[in-house]
Design a protein around this ligand. Structure first.
Ligand code: GLY
Length: 437
């Protein structure tokens, strides 16, 4: 069997490794010379992953049995559509189904019209005056969310990114005047976020263990939002600060949404990602992504015994695979260019991957280009280090003393998955729920 994978980040490196588990031959279309993918693929075609003609031309030449699409942008630009039209088997949603991610306003409208559980009060605006009038009369803290794709970096939260209504109005109006795009004003909800990923075929859905992404650029969850600085997963044990009942309810919300969507709008095929927040009133859906998360895919797929290839083959043949997971926990920390989150200053780094491996750390390569033995950073995340084991002490201990193995200028959050951060999150949830969670 042969698989074609589109994308060249850390998530795609993890998907590629998972495909390989089934003994499948891998061909990749990637915008960058990702050393991880170049090592495991038979062929890496360097090219624009959003160029549907380029992807089609290569797919017709490669003749894959199945196609996997990692990022969201190729879905939005019609790559999955053109592959479906040419009778290729694609384990990813059409652009129409991916509207659940590519338009936050569409997703909220769909949830509201179908009275789905887990929704959040939300109103969309394209007129700056109407947005201002609306904000002036609401009596709750709010979140400003661009309607379209922002790579996880566009959401502005009151109390975090701005304080007063006046500041929020300025942000909303500036955005509407400069970007010519719709935005949403949503009620701010308090709680701990978690990512629920799975795989869908029509109304069937199988779930991966929940993961928590550390979105903020700096330690102690400070600084601007990023695509994700790292993530933790405790496999089927769940996360220590999220009530298992909340996870069951989140699964029911996602299942209900996908079932209703496939019945009323269009069939959904492929990976799905529910960005949830656990609140005192149960889980609320913050967003849907029509793909796996980055970094969340690396945590979850690393603990999944099944190959994503076997999952896709089963689901596309209307069978529901039984997923099995390692009973371990893992912590992932992304190494990023200095200034990432505000203004990246890419440089060149050198990595002793063998020494990291001997220490028990897996490396996933992301937006870097291999040049000789050096890794040239781009403005995006460079590579992810994943440590896996029985408990946090074992897992986190491996991140000590890495300086001899990684040379060059970079930033990394050293608090991801620490006992201190986990205790803080437990205490926060206890304070919200009065200890019921
Ligand atoms: N880490 C969040 C995302 O992939 O959207």
């Amino acid at each position: 069997m042969k698989a074609l994978l589109i994308g060249g980040g850390g998530r795609e490196h993890a998907i590629g490794l998972s495909i390989l588990k089934s003994g499948t031959e891998l061909v990749v279309i990637s915008p960058n010379r990702n050393p991880g993918l170049m090592r495991i693929a038979k062929e890496v075609i360097i090219g624009n992953e959003n160029d549907k003609e380029l992807v089609l031309e290569n797919a017709l030449r490669v003749e894959p049995d199945y196609v996997f699409i990692g990022p969201e942008a190729p879905l939005a630009s019609g790559v999955s559509d053109i592959l479906f039209e040419n009778n290729l088997k694609v384990f990813a949603p059409s652009s129409s189904a991916a509207r659940l991610e590519t338009s936050k306003a569409f997703c909220r409208r769909f949830m509201t019209e179908n009275r789905l559980e887990g929704n959040i009060e939300s109103t969309s605006f394209s007129d700056p005056v109407k947005a201002k009038d609306f904000i002036e009369q609401i009596d709750y803290d709010f979140v400003i969310k661009p309607d379209g794709l922002t790579g996880g970096k566009g959401v502005m939260v009151q109390g975090v990114h701005f304080l007063t209504k006046k500041e929020g109005i300025e942000i909303a109006q500036d955005y509407l005047l400069s970007e010519n795009q719709t935005l949403l004003i949503e009620k701010k909800v308090k709680g701990e976020e978690f990512s629920l990923q799975g795989f869908v075929h029509d109304t069937e859905i199988v779930f991966l263990p929940i993961v928590q992404d550390y979105k903020r650029a700096f330690e102690d969850d400070k600084g601007p939002n990023t695509g994700g600085m790292g993530a933790i997963c405790f496999s089927e044990r769940g996360l220590p600060f999220i009530d298992p009942k909340t996870v069951l309810e989140a699964k029911a919300i996602l299942k209900q949404l996908i079932t209703r969507f496939s019945e009323k709008v269009v069939d959904y095929v492929g990976p799905i990602f529910g960005g949830f927040i656990a609140t005192a009133e149960g889980p609320k859906l913050l967003e849907i992504n029509a793909r796996l998360g980055d970094p969340e895919a690396m945590n979850a797929l690393s603990l999944t015994k099944n190959s994503i290839m076997d999952i896709a083959v089963s689901m596309l043949h209307n069978k529901v695979p039984k997923l099995e997971f390692e009973n371990k926990i893992n912590v992932l920390r992304y190494l990023v260019p200095k200034g990432y989150g505000t203004k990246s200053v890419p440089s060149t780094i050198q990595l002793d991957e063998e020494a990291l491996m001997l220490k028990g750390i897996k490396t996933f390569y992301a937006s870097v280009n291999l040049k000789g033995k050096m890794l040239e950073q781009t403005s995006s995340r460079s590579l992810a280090l994943l440590s896996e084991g029985e408990d946090l002490e074992e897992v986190n201990g491996r991140f000590d003393d890495l300086s001899s193995m990684i040379k060059g200028e970079y930033s990394m959050r050293n608090d991801i998955g620490t006992e201190m951060m986990i205790e803080k999150k437990k205490n926060f949830m206890n304070s919200l729920t009065g200890g019921r969670a």
